[in-house]
Every structure is written in C-alpha cells, then in structure tokens.
Design a protein around this ligand. Structure first.
Ligand code: GLU
Length: 554
C-alpha cells in the first residue's frame, strides 16, 4: 500500500505539514521548572466540584512555579454544548479565585497557542491524522454501526474483549482501490489508529506500557491493542487524539485530569509514541467521594443524588470563595492542615502545594467539615467585607433582601460583628443563606418566635418575668447591672439565682436564672440560643427591644 497516496486521498485539503506546526507553535520560553497546566472542560454548562478540585491543583502548580495555566474548551462533542457555557466556566471559576493566564476568555481567545476551542482546531488534528496515515499508523474505517454491533455480539458470545481490533478491524487491510471506491460511493468513515499492540498476547507475553504519574508514581499497564477512533466521521477528533495533539503543541507539562482517564492511558501512550512525541507528566486525581447518608458507606458523588456536586450549589447558598478554597486545599494536599495550624494567618498562596501530596484514591468531600472551615475563615473576615459579600450574594440570589445590606452599613456591621471580637470570638457565621437566617431577628420583617418556653417556666411566669423586665429596663445599664436585675427577677419569682444552687436543691426552686433569661431571649430573639442578649439589645436599640418584650407579654 502506498500510504502517502492514501493520505493524499483522504486529506487533499491539508497542505500544512507537521514542521509548519512546529514553527507556528514554538516551545514556550519559560524559566526552568515552570509548569504549564490546563483545564479542559466540556462546555456542558455544568461545573462540578471535580472541575474546581482539578482547577485548583492546576492553578497552584502553574502559578507557584512561574508557569502558565490556560483554559481549553473541549467541544468536540457538539451534542453536549450549551450556549454561554464558556462564560459559565470562566465566571464560576473566577468566583472561587481561579484565574487563567491564557486560553478561551469571555472576549475570545487570548494566547499564542490557540485556537483554544477544539472545534476550531480541525485542521491541526487532520494534519496529524494525515501524518499517521502516511506512516501506516492509521486508516479509514467504513464499518457501519450495525457491523460494529454485530462484532460486539460475537465478542460477547465468545467472551472476548469487546472493541475493534485485530481480526475484528475489518477495514485494516483494505486496498487503496477499495478505499477509493468506498469514498467515491460516499460511505462515511472514521480514522482509526492501526494499533501495533498484540490482542492475542496472554500471560507473560502481554507487553506493558509505562508512564509517569506525579500522584501515583510510575504507572505500568497492559499495552493498548484497540484500533481506537482518532477522527470521527465529521473530521473532528476524539478526546484521545485531541489530548495528544493539544497538550503537545500547547506545551502542557502536567496533565491534571480525573482518574476516569486512567483506563485509556495506554491509548494515549501509543498515540504519543506513534506521532513521536514525549509524554507529559500525568497527574490522575482521585474521585471525590462522600459518606452516603443512608448506608454510611463511602461512594462517588453523583450528579443525580448530590446537589453539592454542582458549583452552583455553593454560589446559591453563598459560600465564601475563600472558605471553599481553604477547604479544598485541605483535601487537595494532605499536609495542608498541618501547615495551616502552624501558619494560622498566612495567605493560602504561601503554602507550597505539591502533586505528590495529593490523594490517589477516593478523596472524601465532607460538607460538615467544609462548614467548619467556613466558620474559621469567616471569623477572620472583617464585618465591612462580609457586608459587601452579603450584598453581592443577595443581589444575585436574594434581591428582595439586598437593600438591608446596602442601606445601613453601621447597623449591619454591628450585627455581623456580634460576639466576634475578643479572645474567644463566636463562630456562628457559615455561608450567606445561613447568615441571613441567623441574623434574621434583627429585622422586624423576619422576626418570629420559633422556640418554646423552657419546661420549668409556666405561661403565667413568663408573663410575670417579662412584665418585671420591662418595668426595670434601662437601656443604658451596663452588662452587669442588667444581669443583676435579671437575677433579682429570678429570685423574686422563685428561681435560683445561680444554676448550681438549683442543681444542689432542685426542690427549693421552680428553675434557675438561665430559665429566666431564656424567656427574655425568646421575647427578643425568638430562639432559645443566641449570642449575648445584652449586646443584641444594644444593637437593636431601646425602642425595638421594648416593643419586642411588650409584644411577647400580650
Ligand atoms: N474534557 C475532558 C473532561 O472534561 C478533559 C479531560 C482532561 O483534562 O484531559 O473530562
């Protein structure tokens, strides 16, 4: 077979040569050790936690080594494309502080290694598919889907490995004339790799490929023998071929991708080998898992069952990006938490991120832990910044409450800072939606009593407590004068002035001072638990405080 002639027959329109592309895409001029990483999402409009997890690793590796992090849109599967998806990808990652240096942007491509949409790179892929054909490493395959189905059925019956390979690859040995006739007859075809792997090898005869994985060490896997499709009937490549061509020419040094690609790594190794390029360093990240609420077992996060898989979940609930970032770092690098304890106030960027410290199986994603991290992160964010954060969240997701965060800065900031000053600041604030509910009682519109009276206190006693409280209320009392009054009310009405007195002799009292303050707390806050009531009253102001107590008496 004259492969050069076949290549011309299949790709007459391809005039550029591989050398042309070597000139068009010269090697990047970067300092020694600089890493080039990329994110290659499909434009499905759905951004998930795995994207963010990988993107953080990419971003850290590139930026901490003085390298480049770029965005490539993997849109070779047009069925999955969603309008505006690129904007969604860029905006949602940007929200979490992940920014690209190069690649697809909301205003078009930026960088010297584009186009950065795979759908616009057909000519480049075809040049190399042509080259593969020329070298006898690829061939056109005219098998119809019915024929492929029939092969599959036969393989199933014979308990053989499914796929198009060896004797099942019926177009492997077509003559030039047969191919030409098929093309003339208008038969659609794909271009397949003519694998040099041995489908019949068993036991010790099986050859193994080797590839370096920075997370997993040297990978050794049985070689590929499948005649994998590299170009689809429309001339657009499959993931496998696009990965090889793009990561080579775009100069990717570290391919960070999900472990679902591990099984097809032997195909990529064969393709790199056939085109004659060195392998990048792979970093196959572990699947994100959770503990299933029902079974208590670790399982993969699922799009259908777990809303927290979607990045929108965090945006809608108003998770602070810095907190999400902080938490992801704790699951990305096993030594991050230790570093954080030693450097409580350092910016996360100072942590030396390393691929070697990434988990290689089932990384546990735990919302409860995330919420704990949020509390620690939010407690350090000044109230003025939190107010702005609440405002921008509300504008997008709860416009009806945005005005609260826009109008009275001083009032809001006092509320947000409640109990957060001093040596032991309260860590009540988790995410915007929760904060809104948590501070809701500061706004008459949202105030409601949700908890019931302590069991030691009768309705009549509650009224008596509140009546006395209102009579004696002096807004300018300091905290201890205020509390002394509550103690007096307690003892006058038969409640112990101290919880421990009550514990010692419960038969002597109806309850203790804690029950009395709970009655007051319920009147003012509507809940049995809250930050310090005296401080809350100071923020609410005298009028509102009195009005709430009055309302509770009636
Ligand atoms: N488009 C692929 C995906 O979304 C990218 C995999 C890769 O990073 O190589 O899974």
């Amino acid at each position: 077979m004259n492969y050069a002639k076949l290549a011309e027959l299949l790709f007459p329109h391809i005039t550029k040569t591989p050398e042309d592309y070597d000139r068009i895409f010269p090697k990047r001029n970067l300092p020694e050790g600089a890493m080039v990483t990329r994110l290659g999402p499909s434009p499905t409009g759905f951004m998930h936690l795995g994207n963010l997890y990988g993107a953080f690793a990419d971003e850290r590796l590139a930026h901490q080594s003085g390298g480049v992090f770029f965005l490539r849109i993997e849109d070779t599967d047009d069925k999955r494309e969603v309008e505006g998806a690129v904007d969604i990808i860029i905006n949602s990652l940007n929200f979490f502080g992940v920014n690209f240096d190069e690649g697809a942007t909301t205003e078009g491509d930026k960088g010297a290694y584009g186009p950065y949409h795979q759908s616009e790179r057909a000519e480049i892929y075809q040049c190399f598919a042509k080259e593969m054909v020329k070298k006898g490493y690829a061939y056109p395959c005219f098998m119809t889907s019915e024929e492929i189905e029939a092969v599959k059925a036969k393989q199933e019956a014979n308990k053989e490995t499914p796929g198009i390979y060896g004797k099942y690859a019926s177009c492997r040995e077509l003559s030039y004339e047969e191919i030409e006739a098929n093309i003339k007859a208008g038969k659609p075809y794909v271009i397949r790799l003519k694998s040099t792997g041995n489908p019949d090898a068993t036991g010790e005869d099986v050859r193994y490929i080797q590839a370096e994985d920075a997370i997993r060490g040297t990978l050794s896997m049985p070689e590929n023998f499948q005649d994998t499709v590299i170009l689809k009937t429309n001339g657009i490549p499959t993931y496998h071929f696009a990965h090889v061509i793009d990561d080579h020419f775009m100069g990717t040094t570290h391919v960070v991708r999900g472990e679902e690609w591990l099984s097809t790594l032997p195909i990529h190794v064969e393709l790199f080998d056939k085109v004659g390029w060195p392998l990048p360093l792979y970093c196959h990240t572990a699947q994100l898992m959770k503990i299933d609420e029902e079974s208590g077992q670790k399982r993969k996060l699922s799009k259908r069952k777990d809303p927290e898989l979607s990045l929108n979940y965090y945006r809608e609930l108003g998770y602070h990006p810095q907190a999400v970032r902080e938490y992801l770092l704790t699951i990305l690098n096993s030594n991050y938490e230790e570093w954080r304890i030693a450097n409580p106030n350092a910016p996360a960027e100072e942590f030396k991120f390393s691929v070697e410290k990434m988990g290689n199986s089932g990384v546990l994603f735990d919302l409860i832990k995330l919420n704990d991290v949020c509390k620690d992160v939010l407690v350090k964010i000044p109230a003025s910044e939190l107010r702005k954060f609440m405002l921008s969240w509300a504008k997008e997701f709860k416009p009806e409450v945005a005005h609260y965060f826009e109008e009275n800065h001083e009032y809001i900031e006092k509320i947000l800072d409640l109990g957060r000053t001093g040596d032991k600041p309260r860590k009540d604030l988790v995410y915007a939606q929760q904060i809104l509910e948590f501070i809701g009682y500061f706004f008459d519109e949202f105030f409601k009593v949700t908890d019931s009276l302590p069991e030691n206190v009768s309705e009549d006693d509650a009224k008596a407590i509140l009546t006395r409280y209102l009579e004696g209320y002096n807004h300018s009392d300091d905290q201890s004068a205020w509390f002394d009054k509550i103690r007096t009310i307690a003892t006058d009405l038969g409640y112990a002035a101290k919880p421990k007195d009550y514990k010692k002799n419960p038969e002597m009292y109806k309850g203790h001072v804690g029950d009395v303050s709970t009655v007051i707390r319920l009147a003012i806050v509507g809940r049995a638990q809250s930050p310090d009531i005296w401080e809350i009253q100071q923020i609410l102001g005298e009028e509102r405080t009195r009005a709430r107590v009055k309302a509770a008496i009636h």
